[in-house]
Design a protein around this ligand. Structure first.
Ligand code: SF4
Ligand code: SF4
Length: 500
């Protein structure tokens, strides 16, 4: 007997109230159907829709209209495309689990991504920083050392062992990718070790460097910046000068906007790709138009290498009041309102522009649609390694600086000593690691949400953290589809078959 696949997604199309888009959560299929057909498909849902244990589902679009069976031909197409299935719920869950297992293996067997922390130290004291305790609590002072050349040698000595785990034997042709992270990685006092690290990397073969930096000391790094050196930097500005200087302050309370701003201009002129990030909550969102105007006045958006985007601040330390924070979905809506009122806001991307780009893959090539699917949320679950100045190795950059949660340590001979249990916990988290994500129709587009935020919310890393993803995906699919149609009108087979 035919039933609705657990992974059928229904998307409202704002300009087409009589139609809906069906997207299949693991086959990559999509089809525009009449609401009447969508109503029939929803009617075939067998049993209650699974709910998350923690966090909220966004409401699904309403099932509306009378239930009428479509033609035989339409039914056959709906089955062929996966929206209706004759697999029982358990058999379908097993098929899904097998597919996720294969996808996760494939996504793990790639060149690892390396995050390098030359120090946990930082010259700023932002109140919302997740590493705030390292600088303010003296019991963490031991972490504030700078990486030594000897430690750099140890790290490079350990990389082949790591790469073999990912099926990589020869690095002479595949570029190693490094992101410099901290603390603040680009401080005047880390300049020489960063240069030593980069020289060492290039001596083994191709390498690519990027950084996450506050950019206050970037002027000391001018000779290390450029398309073939540190090619991309993510820099945070938290508002126009006055607001930024209230939030991103030096230890003596002084503001940092002017210095950062000069360094952004310098780096753009050196050909570095600059990504300005704005951490946004309810206290500073209204100041974004003024910041956009500040960026325009400085001429940054005219550089092809410049982009700016927003990210929701999450309450991940006790100095951040949860009531002042947004979920990513609410932030998208607030930004859309600001865009309607302020032309200048166009220079700031919305948080989900990247998601829209990713879901474009559903429409741009039917064969390629599954390449956009994610067995897990981020590199912490497959191939990311974070090295710190103490020789400790972590899976997630928010979970660093505590030996008890490291996944490995590098000894003086460059041998890796693994914490198999913790490494297993991090690397095995996929969308099938908890029952909520496993039954979620959106899971292969979402990946299961950030593990750290899930743990903060529920006390367990292997739970879901939805962050409004269901609404965000449906909105992103609708926008990408509308855009796709404007470039390439393409009636779907179901739409034709369902003309009943
Ligand atoms: S896959 Fe994503 S949207 Fe679905 S339940 Fe898990 S965290 Fe939520
Ligand atoms: S688990 Fe969350 S915090 Fe950690 S790297 Fe992934 S997305 Fe970032």
């Amino acid at each position: 007997m035919l039933r609705t696949s657990n992974y059928t997604i229904y998307v409202d199309l704002p300009d087409e109230p009589d139609n809906m888009l069906l997207v299949h959560g693991y086959s990559g299929a999509y089809d525009k159907v009449s609401r009447r057909v969508a109503t029939y498909v929803r009617h075939c849902q067998n049993g209650p829709i699974p709910k998350p244990l923690y966090g909220d589902w966004s409401p699904e679009p309403e099932q509306d209209g009378e239930v009428a069976e479509p033609s035989e031909a339409a039914l056959e197409t709906l089955k062929k495309r996966g929206y209706l299935t004759d697999l029982g719920p358990e058999d379908e869950a097993q098929r899904f689990e097998n597919m996720v297992g294969k996808l996760h293996h494939l996504q793990s067997q790639m060149m690892p991504g390396y995050i390098v922390m030359p120090t946990y130290s930082c010259n700023l004291r932002c109140s919302y920083c997740f590493q705030d305790h390292m600088r303010t609590n003296p019991s963490f002072r031991h972490l504030l050392r700078t990486m030594t050349p000897e430690m750099v040698d140890r790290i490079f000595g350990a990389m082949p062992e790591i790469e073999r785990l990912h099926g990589i034997e020869d690095v002479s042709k595949i570029p190693r990718k490094f992101t410099l992270f901290g603390g603040e990685p680009l401080l005047a006092e880390t300049r020489s070790i960063v240069e030593y690290f980069m020289d060492k990397a290039f001596s083994f073969g191709p390498a690519q460097f990027s950084a996450v930096s506050n950019a206050t000391d970037l002027h000391h790094f001018a000779a290390l910046l450029g398309p073939e050196k540190i090619a991309a930097i993510q820099i945070t500005l938290d508002g126009p000068p006055e607001e930024h200087d209230r939030r991103r302050i030096y230890a003596d309370g002084a503001g940092s906007f002017d210095r950062i701003s000069q360094n952004i201009t310098m780096a753009l002129e050196l050909g570095v790709q600059i990504n300005v990030r704005m951490n946004v909550d309810r206290n500073n969102i209204d100041q974004l138009p003024e910041l956009a105007e500040t960026m325009i006045a400085r001429g940054w958006p005219e550089h092809p290498n410049f982009s700016a985007y927003t990210a929701a601040i999450h309450a991940n330390n006790d100095k951040t009041d949860k009531k002042t924070t947004f979920s990513s979905w609410i932030l998208v809506q607030e930004l859309d309102k600001l865009r309607e009122k302020h032309e200048s806001m166009k220079v700031i991307s919305r948080p989900d522009d990247g998601l829209i780009d990713r879901v474009r893959g559903i429409f741009d090539s039917r064969m390629g649609a599954v390449t956009n699917l994610k067995a897990s949320f981020c590199g912490a679950h497959n191939k990311m390694y974070i090295f710190d100045a103490l020789g400790d190795v972590y899976a997630c950059w928010e979970k660093t600086g505590d030996k008890s949660i490291r996944i490995a340590a590098i000894d003086e001979e460059s041998k890796m000593t693994w914490n198999d249990e913790l490494n297993g916990i991090w690397r095995a988290r996929t969308v099938t690691s908890n029952p909520v994500c496993k039954n979620c129709r959106y899971s292969l587009y979402c990946g299961g949400g950030c593990a750290v935020l899930a743990e903060l919310k529920s006390g367990n890393l292997n739970t879901n953290f939805c962050d409004g993803f269901q609404q965000r995906l449906r909105a992103a699919v609708a926008e990408a589809y509308t855009d796709h149609l404007s470039r390439q009108p393409l009636p779907s087979s179901v739409e034709q078959a369902c003309d009943v």
